[in-house]
Design a protein. Structure first.
Length: 213
């Protein structure tokens, strides 16, 4: 009987022990789950930004990468960048005898009838595209490149002084690259006969006078 009692006592104790252990385990798991939750709650201030980052990310992305993002964004507005035909203008002078060899237009006079050339290495062929224009009474010239040349290749173009109508003022000067080849400066988009052109500016150029002194 004592054995039975002992056995039942033992089994009771065992049962009790199991219950206690189970209870503790349960409470522990609750505690740990609480801890887990609270940890997340604590971490949440920093974690949500990570979780939300997919939505805020598109916003910071354009702001943090202005170099790449605005290009697609501004694409519809980037009309100066669109392919246009190429026009060029400028003025040609004859320099003053008072400033021969000096890079200045002080005292210079507009030179009508002088010839300016636009040359573009825009093709893969050996021959560059070349076109000339003659200045008017104000020394002003305007030309349109052949339609094979577009604004995309403007950096492959240079403008040169070619010839002067005056024997006494016929040496192309270095001023603004007139004698060596001048880079084209984009001025503004224009329409010519309903076609989109980009107008470029070069110069002003000048010829050196032959002076008697
Ligand atoms: C050149 O200089 C002279 C004397 O300094 C002056 O009288 C003349 O007006 C000048 N000419 C030009 C074109 O500047
Ligand atoms: C075009 O080619 C010619 C001949 O090679 C060269 O002298 C000229 O500088 C070139 N122009 C440009 C704008 O590269």
């Amino acid at each position: 009987m004592a054995t039975l009692c002992n056995t039942s006592d033992l089994s009771f104790l065992l049962l009790l022990g199991i219950i206690i252990v189970l209870t503790q385990l349960t409470s522990q798991s609750e505690a740990s789950s609480n801890y887990y939750i609270s940890t997340h709650a604590v971490l949440s201030p920093s974690a949500p930004p990570l979780h939300r980052s997919p939505s805020p990310a598109p916003a910071p992305a354009p702001a943090s990468s202005p170099a790449s993002a605005p290009q697609p964004a501004l694409h519809p507005l980037a009309k100066p960048m669109e392919r246009r035909f190429l026009a060029m203008q400028g003025v040609v002078y004859c320099k003053s005898c008072n400033y021969t060899g000096v890079n200045t237009l002080l005292g210079a006079s507009p030179l009508p009838g002088s010839v300016v050339k636009l040359q573009c290495n825009n093709t893969n062929s050996y021959l560059p595209t070349s076109i000339t224009a003659v200045t008017d009474k104000n020394g002003y010239f305007y030309l349109e490149a052949p339609r094979t040349v577009t604004s995309y290749a403007f950096h492959k173009c240079k403008a040169y002084l070619v010839s002067s109508p005056l024997a006494s003022c016929s040496k192309p000067s270095l001023l603004h690259g007139g004698s060596t080849g001048a880079a084209l400066r984009p001025e503004k988009p224009i329409m010519v006969q309903n076609l989109p052109f980009m107008l470029y500016i070069v110069g002003p150029f000048a010829f050196e006078p032959q002076c008697s002194h």
